[in-house]
Design a protein around this ligand. Sequence first.
Ligand code: PLP
Length: 369
Amino acid sequence: MPHTIPKDTINRLPGYTSPSPPEPDGRLIAGQRRMNLNEAPVPPSPKTLAAMTAALTEVNKYPDHGCTALATLLAERLAVPEDRLFFGGGSGELLLASAMLAVDGGDEAIVPVPTFPTFGKGVHLVGGTIIGVPVDDAGVNDVRAMVAAITPRTQIVYVCTPNNPTGGMLSADDMAYLCGAVPANVLLLIDEAYHEFGAHDGGPDYLGIVAGRKGLWAVTRTFSKAYSLAGMRVGYGIASSPELAEGYWKIRGTFTVNRVALAGAVVAYEDIEYREALLAENARQRDSISRGLAAMGFKPYPSSANFVTARSPVDATALASWLAETDILVQPMSWPGSGSCLRISVGSKDDTTALLAGIAGYLKANRVK
Ligand SMILES: Cc1ncc(COP(=O)(O)O)c(C=O)c1O
């Protein structure tokens, strides 16, 4: 009797590969430049580290499942009632929950192509059908084409702004259009994992716009990017109603936001000075990466996030493998019509220098002008 997975839905998922590099000693590998996972290049702020260190002495006890301290803080700062907030061990978990919440077997989900794959995985797991809609030439979700793809079977429209991997963000008009054009019974799910970066670039206040929607909506955000807490796993969401938020609470696994993560998130959220410095440096390095790539024949998408994706003049997979040999990790990728692309997460100034020199070296070695 072969030991196969009993459920066909799981068998049809692509083979498992770890998204992160192995760490044999359980610590970061010295000298490795992780420019492949859209993490923050700097550690959590000193105040955040102090709060997490203090919380370590209490990890013999389960955390506050209700994330009360964080809920109270976010409710006040975002001017949203606490009963419309929900939490998860990273916002990826909330994307899976969104699919579970809205989609049944045979239902349709509208999804930009390309985008963050976890949402589509959630749709697949619940037996839904993914209706992919290409992003526009600037790498922004094409809201008019997405609305045109809605059918009576559509239960959820997933919007990602700034979009991973292309980096483009929606205009205020686009968001207002979506809010009006997506039927009220269809969940408009806005993934704002890169919210802080978009806002730093002067992006619209989507939360303010979506608040006017007469229908279901939810916004998801994360502490993984602008708060330097990717390794802690904290995400949160804001729902259009307490009833919808309760759906997320019902689905959530118990205690998925751990005690140390909670302590860190509360302090990191308030450490505005530290975050502003991270966002400003991100914008500088992102600009240097984009300009450096363009000068070498790449075509970077305009990005309002902590990464740059560019069409590559050479095979991006071969280039990424070559860079990996010098401990520079980047993410090759492609989607229908994209050609060979490279997604580069913004790092330190030193990372930018090493990356651009590495790519120049590869192009020279392969005689590409
Ligand atoms: C668009 C988008 N959404 C969600 C996530 C999930 O982040 P996390 O689970 O760390 O909150 C990511 C991570 O890269 C992302 O790019």
